[in-house]
Structures are given as C-alpha cells and as structure tokens.
Ligand binder design. Structure first.
Ligand code: C2O
Ligand code: CU
Ligand code: CU
Length: 510
C-alpha cells in the first residue's frame, strides 16, 4: 500500500517512570498488552502489541552502574496477531501460542535476567518455559553510556512478537557523557527504524506462506520479511521540525530483515559518535551509514544555517541484502527533517574531537580461536533454512568460553546473504573481513583467502554487539567473555533466520 509521506510528526517515546527508587535500587514494572494506535494520519488505527500501552515501548533511561529491577508483565491475549508456524523449534502445539520473554539487547547482564529464549512466560506467569528462573529481572548496567534496546526474544515467535511492536529503547547514561557537551535533552532523539506492510483496513500484514507455498502445512515461516513501508518510532515516514542547530540522533534498525543504508539528501555529513556499545574514540564524518537489523549508530546532524530547508533521510539498501530488490519510491525514504523551528537559544553543544579511549583488544591475548560457518540447509518440507556451524538450536552446546578469556571467532559465511551476527552479554571488536574461496571450503574444509583482509568500516570502529557477516567472506571478531557465567545465545538478527534455526546457545564457564 502507498501512504502519503510526511503526514505525521515523529513521535518520541515517553521516558518510563520507575515504580520506586531509593539510593540502592530502581524498580520498574512494564506491562505488555494489545491496543490500537495510529501509525499514519490517513490510516485506521492499527492493532499492535506494546509495552506500557506504547509502540515503540517507553524509553528506559538509567545511569551507568545503577542497579535496576524490572518486572516484565505479559498481559497479552492468548491468540497471536500473526500466523504462527507450529513446525518451528519451540513453537510446537505443546506450548501456549502467546509467550514472551524480554531481552535487553547489548546489556551486560546475569544469565537469569538475559531473556533466554526458553525462559518465556505467559499471562500472569501461568505457564513458563523450561529455562524460566525469575519474574523480576536484574540489570547491573555495568557499561559506559550507550544506546541499547529491549525486545521480545521468545523461541520460535520472536519475529512475530517484535513485528507486533514489542521493542523499545534502553539508554545508559554516564558522567563522562555529560562532560562531552553533546546536544542533549530535547536535542537528543532516538530513532527506531522499521519496515512493515499494511492491509487496506490499517491492520499489519505478515505473510502466512513464503512465495513458494508449502502445501503440507497451513502456516509456514518465510525466509525473510520485507515490508513495503518505512516507520520511525511507530509512524509511517514522519517529519520532525528542528531548530537550526546540532542534534544527536540514536539510530536503531529494529526491522525483521531489512537493512538500511542511511544518507541525507542534502549531501550533509553524519557525524557518528557511537556504535552499538557506546561512544567511539573519535567522531567520524560519514556520507552514509549501513545498519543491519539490531545495529545502532549515534550521530550528530548539524542543521545550523539551514533555516527553511527540508532534509530527507534516505535509504538505498537492497532487500534482502545484498542481492535483493532495490528500494523503490516508498522504501527509499525514511523520514524528513524540517528546519522550521526558531533557534530557542544559542547552540553551545559541540561535536567533540575525542570521546573515550577504546583500547584495541590484542589478537595475541586470545586463548581460543573458533571457526564457525554460516550455512544453509533443507528441512523436511523442502524449505531452505539457515544454520550456525551447521547445528540446530537443540544440538549440544559447543561454544563454551571460559570466564575472563578472550576468543577470536571466524564467521565463515557460505550463504548468499549478509547475516547480522549478534552475541549476548559481551561487546566485541571487528578485526577484519576477508574474501575466501567458498567452493574450496565446501569441498575440502580448507580456508583459502582470495584477497587482502579489509579493516572494519570507519563507522564500525568501536564496541559492537552485532556485525554484518557478508557472503563469501570471513568476518573475524574478538571479545573477552564476562563478567558473568551462564547460558546466553548468539544468533543472526534477521528475525526470520533467528526463529528458524540460526541461533545457538552458548555458555560462559568458570
Ligand atoms: Cu536483539 Cu538476541 O537479540
Ligand atoms: Cu542481544
Ligand atoms: Cu541471517
């Protein structure tokens, strides 16, 4: 469906108020429910799922080191909004159809509060998954200032729960950030970018079958979901009125499958100051930023001297990436900035020359190297599905790093898609990407490089928790495991891949 652009103003999710707070702890309660919300001014209100009656969910803002407890409460109906495929792991008929478990993406958190996919729970905690441990999650927020986000992570239906609206921002602030004199307050705005498809009546559409239907089953998971409409913070192609000054934006790609390559049609630079895991060492001025699902980038955009101008944020990433369809008139537009507000006070904020030290993890410090393939396979219905290291979710755990140890992972992509690979608990650094001979690898299991190693892009040089692993390339990442032990997961963040076997548990051992 084609909806008129720039009809609605960009909504900014409310900041969630804690239930109580003392000098030691902060406590929040967050209710998930189904409700109607207007996603476009000329469209009937849409039934969505959200947190605290809001899609995106309210922004949770905490201080670095603050100990925060959250009770995530499922108040959803027992029928799903979207077609459930009961053949997918964890989503069989033996479990309730609507299950939730919340993961704070990028959080350094104890295992029992990480939102393990099998730690799901239903309304009133009536039924819980085999790994459910507690009702109230604890977050120690032991990291520097960064832009995290929370979203649902239930085994086998994550794609549907997130598509329904279960996602929100989780921001960690700190003292150092305040000293940087960045644009702040109303000039610091999170932007959650997503694609969706609407039915004529305004309801959300999610396919029941892939293009080539699977006749044996009523509902089948699809290899990827590509929506035809772009939303930011829950509105279709919104506009934002800005003052002629600097703004800080926290970009998040919260789509199921779609990648975004973000640019401004004014040709202006984006001054990137942060990656997934917080500030970079130095800002980098970039013309475009590539964001695969779950990746974040913090940027400063300077609207100074642009009074009266309309500036469009555009996208030109093919979907699926990199070999899918090019963008069209609809999907090439993200949102619009209108420099129409008067300058309310002199802009004294800065683009700092230096943010924080980012010590490079030394390759020599790694005690273990893992070679992990990203590959595809065929299921018993003839459907293609993706795997990590050729193993399904239920196979015994193979990634078992020691607490405090450093490892290098070789992500060997022998598929034709780029996969955004995400690890829970830790932040990593990208070492490099390098082309290799896939045919030779498939035949002889030997890595034969065919080109020089490519260092990470300037906008990836910082702490990351999600990395694009391109086809025909080996992407190397390095990380230190800790400070917690226990069960976590690593997976492709294309939600259709994650739900259908491109996810593996991993365990940090003592
Ligand atoms: Cu954004 Cu495992 O999640
Ligand atoms: Cu995560
Ligand atoms: Cu994938």
């Amino acid at each position: 469906m084609k909806l008129e652009k720039f009809v609605d103003e960009l909504p900014i999710p409310p900041i969630l108020k804690p239930r109580w707070k003392n000098q030691f702890y902060t406590y929040y309660e967050v209710n998930m429910s189904e409700f109607k919300q207007s996603l476009h001014g000329k469209l009937h209100a849409t039934t969505v799922w959200g947190y605290e009656g809001s899609y995106p969910g309210p922004t949770i803002e905490v201080e670095s080191g603050e100990i925060v407890f959250v009770k995530w409460i499922n108040n959803l109906p027992d029928k799903h909004l979207f077609p459930v495929d009961y053949t997918v792991h964890g989503a069989h008929r033996d479990v309730p159809e609507v299950r939730t478990v919340v993961h704070v993406h990028g959080a350094c958190v104890e295992s029992e509060s990480d939102g393990y996919p099998e730690a799901w729970f239903t309304k009133g905690f009536k039924q819980v998954g085999p790994y459910f441990r507690k009702q109230i999650y604890r977050y120690d927020n032991c990291t520097h200032a960064c832009t995290l986000w929370y979203h649902d992570h239930s085994l086998g239906i994550t794609r549907l729960n997130v598509y329904a609206g279960l996602a929100g921002f989780f921001l960690i602030r700190d003292h150092r950030e305040r000293l940087l004199n960045l644009p702040s307050g109303k000039y610091d705005i999170p932007l959650m970018i997503q694609d969706k498809t609407f039915n004529q009546d305004g309801s959300l559409y999610y396919p029941k079958q892939p293009e080539k239907p699977v006749p044996e089953i009523e509902t089948s998971i699809i290899p990827e979901f590509i929506g035809d409409t772009i939303l930011v913070n829950g509105k279709v192609h919104p506009y934002l009125k800005v003052e002629p000054r600097k703004y800080r934006f926290r970009l998040l790609n919260a789509s199921n499958t779609r990648f975004f390559r973000i640019k401004l049609d004014s040709g202006q630079l984006l001054y990137q100051i942060g990656t997934d895991g917080g500030f970079m060492q130095h800002p980098v001025g970039v013309k475009e930023i590539m964001l695969s699902p779950a990746e974040r980038a913090e940027v400063i955009i300077d609207f100074t001297n642009l009074e009266g101008k309309n500036i469009m944020m555009t996208n030109d990433a093919p979907a699926p990436f990199p070999t899918g369809d090019p963008v069209n008139e609809n999907t090439s537009t993200v949102m619009q900035f209108r420099v129409t507000l008067p300058l309310s006070s002199v802009d004294t904020s800065v683009i700092p020359a230096y943010m924080i030290p980012i010590p490079q993890i030394n390759e020599q410090s790694a005690s273990r190297v893992r070679y992990l393939s990203l590959n595809d396979n065929m299921d018993r219905y003839g459907r293609e599905f993706m795997l990590l290291d050729n193993k399904q979710w239920d196979a015994p755990i193979t990634e078992n790093p020691k607490l405090g140890s450093t490892e290098i992972w070789y992500l060997i992509n022998i598929t034709t898609d780029t996969h955004p690979i995400h690890l829970h608990l830790i932040n990593f650094q990208i070492i490099d990407r390098r082309d290799f001979d896939v045919e030779k690898y498939n035949k002889e299991k030997i890595i034969h490089y065919t080109a020089q190693a490519i260092p990470p892009e300037p906008y990836e040089r910082g702490w990351k928790d999600t990395v694009r692993a391109n086809p025909n390339q080996i992407t190397r990442i390095i990380m230190k495991f800790g400070p917690y032990t226990g069960m976590y997961v690593w997976h492709c963040h294309i939600l259709e891949h994650e739900d259908y076997e491109m996810m593996r548990p991993y365990i940090v051992i003592r």
